[in-house]
Design a protein around this ligand. Sequence first.
Ligand SMILES: Nc1ncnc2c1ncn2[C@@H]1O[C@H](COP(=O)(O)OP(=O)(O)OP(=O)(O)O)[C@@H](O)[C@H]1O
Ligand SMILES: [Mg+2]
Length: 621
Amino acid sequence: MSEARASVAESPLKTLRRLLQLGRPYWFWYVGLVLGTMAMAGLEVLAMDAVKRMINAATSKSMQLLIEGIVIGLAGFLGSEVIAFFVSYFGELLNHISVMRLQTKLVSKLTRAKMEALQEYHSGDVIARINDSANAAQAGLNSQIRQVLHQALSVIFYMAYLVHLDRALSVGTLALSILMPAIVTPLSKKLRELYTAQHQAHARKNSFIQDSVQGSEVVRAFSLSQRLSQKFRAIYDEILGYSRRIVLLNVVVGHTQFVVIIGGILFVLGYGGLRVARGILDLGSVVVFLFCFERVAWPLSQLVRTWPELQNSIVQAGRAFELFDLPEESYLPERIETERVDGMSSADLASSIRVSGRAGIEMEGVRFAYSEGQDVLKGFSLTVEPGKMTALVGPSGSGKSTVLKLILRLYEPTEGRILCQGIPIDEMTVSDWRSLTGYVSQDPYLFSGTLMENIRYGRLEASDDEVIEAAKAANIHDFIMSTPDGYQTKIGERGVRLSGGQRQRVSIARALLKDPLILILDEPTSSLDSESELAVQQALDRLMAGRTTIVVAHRLSTIRDADKIVYLEDGEIQEVGTHMQLMAARGKYHRMYQALLLDRELQDDQKMASYEIDSLEGVMA
Ligand SMILES: Nc1ncnc2c1ncn2[C@@H]1O[C@H](COP(=O)(O)OP(=O)(O)OP(=O)(O)O)[C@@H](O)[C@H]1O
Ligand SMILES: [Mg+2]
């Protein structure tokens, strides 16, 4: 990741080009802004000329010159102010519109990006890229480029005007003006490096804060709070270190500029005064030089300051664009239509399966690795009968969830095929395929929002009644009704106010509402208390009834009910059969089942024991 970032920083021109491309739909706004900025700079110079006329009017006591000066001055000042108003208004508006467009594009990209590519990034980093980087990128495009343009035009127009007034004095003025950026540029370069480092540290800090919030239970359970505080302090010290140097450099830069300005004023007054005394120059021009010196020197040094800021924005834009470059899940209907001999489209294939109501799944020689060279599945083959329940069991890390993720097409196999009713599932678009599947994950994610919304994610067009019906079937209705606002109760990030069993039932309700042909279920490893276990079990039974179900099973009851049990180890199938067959075979499954049973009895014993102790204590008291 850091390499990618570095490569982005190395080709700012490419990023700038993409940034400009992004603004293409608004090109007429930009043309307007550029023209406005040019007019503004021109009118400012005109106003200066009015100052010259007015002062010369005073020294030569010419009423005519004074009136000319006033008229030109008013036109120049007022004109440039009116234009400045429009330029600022539309410039800022464009900025907001562009940020919104960029962020919308990024969010939509994220929902299509391949999981394995996205997982390389910490979620906090992704969020920072969408929020801060997209903001900075657009600020760069819209306000900094505009500033750079204004500053550059000011310098050019003013210098042209000054050369016209007095060549000798203008050469001196320009030389002194250049002194400023000459001193400031190297410092600015250093500043830019510091800004980049500081941004990276900030991103790390954000990821860290997010971990601390989302992992708050782990932090408490393992008493990690002190260790985390230390780590946080270290990151903060680093950020502070950068800030200290940034502030120092900024102050040095500011004061250098001040000294140069004073020097310039003295030069114009001294040398200009001399030329007035010699009769080469009029007083009005000297005063104009005095004004203009600042107006050349400032934009010049501002230019030098804005430039690194613009570069910083480009670095930020690069961070945002990196997300655009993530590979996407394959939504390739064109390829599919041309390749199939029967000319059936992805949607046709999906609906043919849906209409047949049968969805058997076949995995043939599937090979898959999360990271190259480390195969999790090595030529995996499995048949899932339509309408039947197939349970995957096996030790932790054996690849059970991975099989599910491949069927869901969260990942694509590196070798082999997955078929549904004989149709390779990758001949359908991901969305067509997923219209047939429902998924209840090991750790169901609830979105921030209401309970009603969370269940409705199963089928967006479902009515309130249908949602409630699903909730009832999932045994979660009574709980929902006991919350303060019922279905309108809001839940926080990751559904913090719901227990594990409740979250599962909400996610079962979601799947029930979707009513998919194929159900993909990853049972949580954590055991629930027996009451919620029963509630979840009932809900699951209703959900699985009559559907092709592939379940990673951890609960004894689910395993026993399965039509077919597949025992996995190290990504390879060791045993296949019904519960009875596998028990009779007395192999690995038999051993696992005995262990589960023992575990279950132990838990029950413990519960019993603690109950007895409780009641004993009750009696003693
Ligand atoms: N996102 C991922 N990136 C890299 N490796 C992963 C990822 N997810 C799983 N793995 C690895 O793949 C292997 C199989 O993991 P998988 O989640 O399929 O196991 P599992 O059988 O579902 O285990 P459990 O019963 O604990 O849920 C493990 O070695 C795991 O470390
Ligand atoms: Mg798993």
